[in-house]
Write a protein that binds this ligand. Structure first.
Ligand code: HEC
Length: 344
């Protein structure tokens, strides 16, 4: 408590000091030690800032040079609807992307971190998602007799994996492992741009490029030789909506939006939260600024005449000493007079 008051005192003292400087009635006091410490700190801070800036630039330069010397073509930048700070995912595209995943990618890639219940309210109604889940069979158990059994899927089930384990996946794909796609957009540099370019970028290898059997040329894949063949083409899936053409580009776009959603299912909520937080904090900051000005207005607009405490004390002590001396003298005089009277 005492400490708090001391702090408040020193704050008020600084405030008074600065207002003195403004009103040019300067007290006869200075803090040479403190001021030189402040300029010293500034120099150290400046040096630190310069050092951090240089380190940042160096790291950036290194990163771009490594980027420039990578062994694949950089993915082209696409204008995704969901890329803006306040843009939501295109949910119709997510729904179409689910179809593409189910009909094309799911034969090789798992999506083990997504469950059927995640689809509800995003791109499907509960009944639709239930129907999707019931179309798969899940191995469950053990039951009362200790046996495993198969049952139709439920909303709480995760998407089924095409292979029992990694070894089975590798042996079916020439030794390459098709990665789980749940977080692929977050896991690869370039995100959905990369996946889009990868899916649509298959072409003939340049002359002299030796491809092993079972590998395909894709300039966007590191090294250029990928074990996944061209899986996306015009009309590889048929969409429910007759107004959306099932072109290769459209299919690739839809699967990318779907994979973006699986990588960050909370992205829409996060953006909504950002809007709320920004609005509320703007309001609160405005109010606090007003209250601060209001509360401090008496302090900010008053003029304080400051008499240094020591000087006042010295003055008081001198006055008291003078008074005491005067009193002593008086008493002495009185004594002398009394003695004189007695002698007489
Ligand atoms: C016939 C099986 C097969 C199908 C179908 C398939 N993939 Fe693949 N995919 C693979 C294999 C195998 C790899 C591993 C490639 C490698 O490491 O060389 C792979 C790798 C990938 C990668 C990772 C590339 C990287 O940077 O490591 C992505 C992304 C991908 N596939 C997306 C898809 C999408 C999206 C679909 C559906 C449209 C799909 N795949 C369909 C077999 C398949």
């Amino acid at each position: 408590m005492a400490n708090k008051f001391r702090n408040l005192n020193s704050k008020l003292f600084h405030l008074a000091r600065s207002s003195f400087q403004r009103t040019s009635v300067r007290p006869r006091m200075s803090f040479p030690g403190r001021e030189s410490g402040f300029t010293g700190n500034r120099k150290v801070l400046g040096a630190l800032g310069a050092l951090t800036g240089t380190a940042g630039l160096l790291i950036y330069a290194l990163e771009s040079s490594v980027d420039a010397s990578s062994d694949c073509v950089h993915p082209a930048h696409q204008h995704w609807n969901h890329k803006g700070l306040l843009s939501a995912l295109d949910k119709e595209s997510v729904r179409r992307g689910y179809t593409v995943y189910k009909e094309v990618c799911s034969s090789c890639h798992s999506l083990q971190y997504m469950a059927y219940r995640n689809l509800v309210g995003v791109c499907m109604t509960e009944a639709e998602a239930k129907a999707e889940a019931e179309a798969i069979t899940v191995r469950d158990g053990p039951n009362d007799e200790g046996e495993y059994y198969e049952r139709p899927g439920k909303l709480s089930d995760h998407f089924p994996s095409p292979y029992a384990n990694e070894e089975a996946a590798r042996s079916a794909n020439n030794g390459s492992y098709p990665p789980d796609l749940s977080y692929i957009v977050s896991a690869r540099k370039g995100g959905e741009d990369y996946v889009f370019s990868l899916l649509t970028g298959y072409c003939e290898p340049p002359a002299g490029f030796a491809l092993r059997d079972g590998l395909y040329f894709n300039p966007y894949f590191s090294g250029g030789a990928i074990a996944m063949g061209k899986v996306i083409d015009n009309e590889v899936v048929s969409y429910e909506d007759p107004n959306v053409p099932a072109s290769a580009a459209q299919i690739a776009k839809d699967i990318c939006v779907f994979l973006k959603w699986t990588s960050e299912p909370e992205s829409d909520e996060r953006r909504l939260l950002l809007i709320k937080v920004t609005l509320i904090s703007a309001f609160l900051i405005g109010i606090s600024y007003y209250i601060k000005r209001f509360k401090w207005s008496t302090l900010k607009s008053r003029k304080i005449f400051f008499i240094p405490e020591l000087e006042a004390q010295a003055k008081r002590e001198a006055e008291e000493a003078a008074k005491a001396a005067k009193k002593a003298k008086q008493q002495e005089c009185n004594k002398c007079e009394n003695q004189n009277e007695k002698q007489e």
